[in-house]
Design a protein. Structure first.
Length: 452
């Protein structure tokens, strides 16, 4: 382990260069921050929820502790959504977010918790109207959409946040401090895994590795199926898509990688100063043109970053896990999901330093990264003129791009070629120089009537 004087990254240097994502969230009058913040810090925001039957309900519960909930929007007024309506009886109710934004002029900020394929459209429309935006993860459905939202947030000068709540945790900060302390040496390898979409041996959270259902049940009276479909090609309604089970379908969701990647990759990206990979590889179970595979392994290669060496980040889903490595005794359990950092001198699994002899001889640094006031509170304070939230679009956009690049490498149309080569990525041109036919998956043509 290096001495305090010769650490790979100095604490003072990192804090100075990373203040945009690790700030102290000090609230200042909104007029001090040009274009940022429509209300004074002492006032309450008027917030609208769009997509409120699932995670959107949880988001609303948190911000309602301090702010006003003035509008609620969902394409399906089912029992779950009606319960949310009952919770906020003064809020106006809508099915179409466009009508809500047109008709209700007192909205300061919106929470977007719809299926992945409509995140970008709704978030962009809100920003164009000067609304602050909190968007659930992954930020978007396509790589192009993520880039466009990042640029739009910069242009419209609104406060933004992606819903990867773990970035605000003290646990994330402690892992970063230990890695920067150099205890396991330079890191050239990280493994990240999840059991999603599996729930158990005989059950899944959502369908993957299946074909489109052939029966066409009637659309529930509570649901506007055309609005749910949004920019995707129109198909008959089926309960295999909604509610919630949309995540595994290519047209609507981003699979296990999109569901968990923005959570699990966040601390890795912060600790190791990652942004865009140079290449991506993927292998998987059988694939089709409807859903993501049941299990996959995606490998990202990142270039050296100043004093940090090149890095290989490997993702596993569907219950697949990394191989056991030296220093991992029988008592070391990988579990259903986790993160393993592999350095030249040791490893970090979760919060555990391996081997145990290294952990026993190591004194962890005193905490120095300031605690977050809370993931959603970061966004609330940013809306009122405070520091940018920790997962604002400037951070969340590139993170989401990396996650979604993995899904491109899993496309059935590319599978044969990618069995023999990696997919090179040019972040400036948003293209794949060694496989131009993959460029079509950076984005897709929206259904008529929808545009970003």
């Amino acid at each position: 382990m290096k001495s305090k004087e010769s650490k790979t990254i100095s604490r003072r240097g990192f804090i100075t260069t990373s203040s945009i994502v690790m700030g102290g969230f000090t609230v200042v009058p909104s007029h001090v921050v040009s274009g940022l913040g429509h209300v004074a810090p002492s006032d309450k925001l008027n917030i609208a929820g769009i997509g409120i039957g699932g995670m959107g309900r949880v988001d609303l519960e948190d911000v309602a502790k301090t702010e006003n909930i003035v509008a609620l929007c969902d394409v399906d007024w089912n029992d779950s959504v009606n319960n949310v309506f009952d919770t906020y009886p003064k809020a106006k109710k809508f099915k179409d977010f466009r009508m809500m934004l047109d008709e209700q002029k007192d909205i300061d900020a919106v929470i977007v918790a719809t299926p992945d394929h409509t995140h970008a459209l709704i978030s962009m429309e809100a920003m164009r109207r000067g609304k602050h935006v909190y968007t659930e993860k992954p930020l978007t459905h396509t790589v192009y959409e993520a880039r466009m939202l990042t640029e739009a947030a910069r242009k419209y000068k609104v406060a933004t946040q992606m819903g990867n709540q773990g970035q605000a945790s003290d646990a994330s900060r402690r892992i970063q401090e230990v890695i920067w302390d150099g205890v396991i040496g330079p890191i050239q390898e990280v493994h990240v895994w999840t059991d999603r979409p599996n729930r158990g041996l005989a059950d899944t959270y959502w369908p993957q590795g299946v074909r489109r259902p052939q029966d066409t049940p009637p659309v529930p009276e509570s649901l506007d199926w055309d609005l749910f479909t949004g920019p995707a090609p129109l198909r008959p309604y089926h309960s295999d898509y909604h509610p919630f089970r949309w995540r595994g379908w290519l047209d609507f969701g981003t699979g296990a990688l999109g569901d968990i990647g923005c959570h699990s990759f966040d601390t890795v990206f912060r600790a190791l100063k990652l942004k865009y990979p140079t290449s991506i590889q993927a292998v998987s179970t059988l694939v089709n043109d409807e859903t993501y595979p049941l299990g996959s392994i995606v490998t990202y290669d990142f270039p050296a970053r100043k004093e940090m060496p090149p890095l290989r980040l490997t993702w596993y889903d569907g219950g697949l896990r990394p191989p056991r490595l030296p220093d991992m005794g029988d008592d070391v359990q990988l579990g259903a999901g986790g993160v393993l950092y592999v350095g030249s001198n040791g490893k970090i699994l979760g919060n555990r330093i391996l081997p145990d002899s290294l952990s026993d001889s190591y004194q962890r640094p005193e905490p120095y990264l300031a605690s977050s006031p809370g993931h959603r509170m970061e966004w609330i304070l940013a809306c009122k003129g405070g520091d940018p939230a920790g997962s604002n679009y400037e951070w969340a956009g590139p993170l989401t791009e990396t996650v979604l690049l993995g899904n491109i490498a899993l496309r059935p149309e590319l599978r044969e070629k990618l069995s023999f080569q990696s997919l090179s990525f040019d972040p400036e041109k948003l293209s794949f120089p060694n496989m131009p036919e993959a460029d079509q998956f950076i984005h897709y043509k929206y259904r008529d009537g929808w545009a970003l």
